[in-house]
Structure formats: structure tokens, C-alpha cells
Design a protein around this ligand. Structure first.
Ligand SMILES: [Zn+2]
Length: 486
């Protein structure tokens, strides 16, 4: 492990004179382009146990715009699986979308990267005004000259700010192989969660995307572990986002660089009259490429005087994950908040098993059903009418080599469109799975009806001819335009 990080440190040092150093500014005395000065921290000996933090994390990944009506539905009657057939079911009543605000007012998401002592100065400026910020921490950069330490991080969390991850050693994520990339993603998360006892769900790309710090494979590794990802390289761009839309795949931030003060003030004014989030980041204070304390103070005071809240990254952007507990990690003996329907003596179990394939997590869902019974889980998700979505999951047949006509599949039901399975949304596994085969990915694209705003995602084991057991894991559901990252 140490040799890996030694290599990464060398790589970071080698980038000091690359364009990357221009993309993400650093103070003259220390910065992103300099090698970390402290050893990467081990999260395993500190604070709260990993398991509890992981459970909170999974719970926190629920999209605020995902409608979950857990426990509001009685199990379907014996002899039919109406929720997943073409005939209407009576069991589900759509909830009102109460999560959407009607105030029309925007907000400010202010964030800092890397870990300079200026973070503590800014934290106190925010505290004095009752405002919240987000601090993206690189554990490998802690404790050095002009850097924060664990005491500062704990003070952030104690005062209601969000702590996010900014990689372990400030590596360029596209310049390293996947095993190292996963370390760069997982180590800061586990370290910070153990330190603070709080879920770490936000990640900011080191070096930003303009210098090639991001690609689809990196996104896949990232999105399976975090709820939202931030860019780092938006100079002189106005990073305004819709406050109530699905979180963007990559969330842009305007870099407060000391020269665009008037632009930053105008973005805050915009957020006072429009439902937009003005998204900012910076690294330090009072250097040539960072705001002065006076400039930052003016921004905070302006927001306060206009009634524009400063809110954390997770409050501002929700989650790109539309499915709650998509990996069945947030489970005791059930799949909550998935709802379970069954007949006869069919079963649901949460099993310690992971498809691997570079995927995180330790648990999977097992559905088992004797002959002529069914076992299925479902959850409701809000969708945009007429939009094409991708629904995918991993599955394997554990036992039951003789499959019935339908047997095992995933599908999507339109709750407000006759509660029928949406055409083209069913992806079957049973007909092509032999007993105890390896995990495989099943994926389908389909378009929701023009009138449909809420759908029900289902994972089904339906009337296996001789009984059977199927394992499911890593459900992904998102607009196709986001790419299938599940
Ligand atoms: Zn950085």
C-alpha cells in the first residue's frame, strides 16, 4: 500500500508544471501541484465503526425527489402478480410530490478544496452568519504546513457543514489504473466517515475535467461510491444550476479566483430572484488566485441580506441516484426501502455476497420462490414524462435450473398510466440463466409514457416452474442521457 502512495506522490509532483497546475489554482506557498507532505491516513483505527457510517451513507443516498411509499401497500393477493402484469392493480396510491419547494428562491453552494488552514477561517465566517459550506478534504494533504488537521474537520461537522472527499492523495483520476483509482475513491470516504461518524457522499475531482481528470470509466467507479460529483475547473463560467432538477452528472462550480468578484456577486443576486443554485469553489484566502477575506465576506453578507441561503452540497443537489438502497447495503433482514410482495412460502433474504466486477458493497438481495409462487421487490421513482431511461441490474440464478415462462426479470410499471408495465421495459434473466451461473449485467432502455410522472421499479421472481432462487444487486435507473453507470 505504501508503495502505491509513494508512486502517486511522485506522479503528483511530476504534474507541478503541467497544464493541470493552471487548471486548479494553488497558493504560492503550497497547493494542488505540490506533493503531499503527510502520510495517507488509515481510517480503520479511528472513531465510529465503518458499518454504521456505511448504513447512514446508504440511507443518505435516497434522492430527495424519489418517492418512496414504504409500507403503504399491502402484499398482492395469492394467485396473481398484478403489479407486474398488464392488468391494473389497486394497491398503490401515488404520493404528492411534497419534496418540491414552491418558494422559487435559489441558494448558494460554497465549497473549498484541498485543506488549507483558510478552511477554518471560512468555517468561522460561515458560522457567524448561520450559513453552511462544503469542505472537500484530501486526507493525504492533512497536517502539513498551512494545512488543517482532524480537529478542524471535526469542527466543520460539529457546526453543520458538509465534509466531502477530494481523493486520497490528489491524484489525477485518469492517469492511474482502476485499482489505484478505487483506493483514491474509497480511502478518503472511509477515513472521513470513521473520523466524523457522518456519511461522506460528495466528491470533487482533483484537477478538474478540463485537463482530462474525468472520463466514463472514472465516473462509473465514482458514481457507485458517491451521490454527487463536482468539477474543479470552471474559470470565468457562471455555474448556475436548477435548484429542483435531478442532480447533474457532473456539477460545475465557478472558481472564485480574486478577479471575478463582481461576477460572483451577480450570481448571488440571481439566486435571490430565481430558483437556481449558485455553485462556487476556491482553495485559499488572500493569495493572487483566491478571494480576499474582504471579498468573501462581501459575498456572504450579500447572500444574508438578500435572504439567499448558503446550503451544503448534498442539500443543494440531492443525489444522481434515483434508486434508494440500490446495492442492498442498507439492509438488515429486509431490503428496505424496497417493498416486498410474495405468495405462499416465498422468501426474501439479504445475503453477504457481492458481484465483484470492481463493484463496491458486501450484500445482495436473494429472492426465492417454490413452484407456483412469486417473490418480488419494488420501489417508486419520479420520472420526466416522455424521457428515455436506462434500467439495469446485476443478477445470477442461485438454484432452480428449470425456469418457467417468465420466471425472473426486472420491469418498470407506470403508476399513473393504467399501472401497466411500460412497453419495452422488461428485461428477463430467467430464460437465459442456468443454475448457479456467474453474475451478469442486464440492462434495458425504454421511454416512459408522455403522461407518466411516477414509475415502479420491480425485481421479480415469478412462478418458477420447479421453484428457484435468484440474486440481484446494483440496480441503476437514470435518464439514458446520463449513460449507464450501474
Ligand atoms: Zn485540489
Amino acid at each position: 500500500m505504501l508503495s502505491i502512495f509513494s508512486t502517486l506522490r511522485s506522479a503528483i509532483g511530476a504534474e507541478a508544471h503541467s497544464p493541470d497546475a493552471l487548471v486548479e489554482p494553488a497558493g504560492p506557498a503550497s497547493g494542488c501541484s505540490s506533493a503531499p507532505t503527510s502520510k495517507p491516513q488509515s481510517g480503520q483505527t479511528l472513531g465510529t465503526p465503518v458499518a454504521s457510517a456505511r448504513e447512514r451513507d446508504a440511507g443518505a443516498s435516497v434522492n430527495r425527489r424519489t418517492l418512496l411509499r414504504v409500507g403503504s401497500v399491502a402484499a398482492a393477493g395469492a394467485g396473481g402478480l398484478s403489479l407486474f402484469s398488464s392488468s391494473p392493480a389497486q394497491a398503490v396510491t401515488p404520493a404528492s410530490p411534497a419534496s418540491r419547494s414552491s418558494s422559487g428562491r435559489g441558494a448558494v453552494m460554497l465549497s473549498m478544496d484541498d485543506g488549507y488552514l483558510a478552511m477554518d477561517v471560512v468555517r468561522k465566517l460561515l458560522d457567524a452568519r448561520g450559513q453552511k459550506g462544503t469542505f472537500f478534504i484530501t486526507p493525504g494533504l492533512l497536517n502539513g504546513s498551512s494545512k488543517i488537521n482532524e480537529t478542524h474537520i471535526l469542527a466543520m461537522v460539529a457546526n453543520g457543514h458538509e465534509v466531502g472527499a477530494h481523493s486520497q492523495t490528489h491524484a489525477n483520476m485518469t492517469a492511474i489504473a482502476q485499482p489505484q483509482r478505487i483506493i483514491e475513491l474509497e480511502q478518503p470516504k472511509s477515513y472521513l466517515e470513521n473520523l466524523t461518524g457522518t456519511a461522506v457522499t460528495s466528491f470533487a475531482y482533483p484537477f478538474g475535467t478540463a485537463s482530462g481528470g474525468r472520463n466514463l470509466t472514472t465516473d462509473l467507479d465514482l458514481y457507485l461510491r458517491y451521490d454527487r460529483a463536482f468539477d474543479t475547473a470552471q474559470y470565468n463560467q457562471t455555474a448556475l444550476h436548477s435548484r429542483y432538477a435531478q442532480a447533474p452528472t457532473l456539477i460545475r462550480r465557478t472558481c472564485i479566483d480574486g478577479t471575478n468578484h463582481q461576477q460572483c456577486l451577480s450570481m448571488i443576486r440571481e439566486a435571490s430572484v430565481r430558483p437556481v443554485v449558485a455553485s462556487f469553489f476556491f482553495h485559499n484566502l488572500d493569495t493572487s488566485i483566491n478571494p480576499s477575506i474582504a471579498q468573501l465576506t462581501e459575498m456572504l453578507d450579500l447572500a444574508q441580506s438578500l435572504g439567499v441561503e448558503l446550503i451544503t452540497a448534498s442539500d443543494a443537489f440531492g443525489s444522481h441516484r434515483m434508486v434508494a438502497n440500490a446495492g442492498f447495503e442498507n439492509s438488515g433482514t429486509d431490503a428496505y426501502p424496497w417493498r416486498w410482495f410474495k405468495s405462499g412460502s416465498a422468501q426474501l433474504e439479504i445475503v453477504t455476497e457481492n458481484p465483484q466486477m470492481g463493484l463496491p458493497g458486501q450484500r445482495s438481495l436473494h429472492l426465492s420462490a417454490p413452484v407456483s409462487t412469486y417473490s418480488t421487490v419494488a420501489q417508486a421513482v419520479e420520472v420526466t414524462p416522455g424521457t428515455t431511461y436506462t434500467y439495469s441490474f446485476r443478477a445470477r440464478a442461485v438454484s432452480g435450473s428449470t425456469w418457467g415462462a417468465k420466471s425472473s426479470y426486472g420491469n418498470v410499471v407506470a403508476l399513473d398510466y393504467g399501472q401497466a408495465t411500460i412497453a419495452g421495459s422488461e428485461v428477463r434473466t430467467g430464460s437465459i440463466m442456468a443454475e448457479n451461473v456467474a453474475w451478469a449485467k442486464y440492462s434495458v432502455d425504454f421511454t416512459v409514457p408522455a403522461t407518466s410522472t411516477t414509475v415502479l421499479l420491480g425485481l421479480v421472481l415469478d412462478w418458477p416452474a420447479a421453484g428457484g432462487r435468484v440474486a440481484f444487486d446494483h440496480v441503476w435507473f437514470a435518464p439514458k442521457a446520463m449513460a449507464d453507470l450501474g
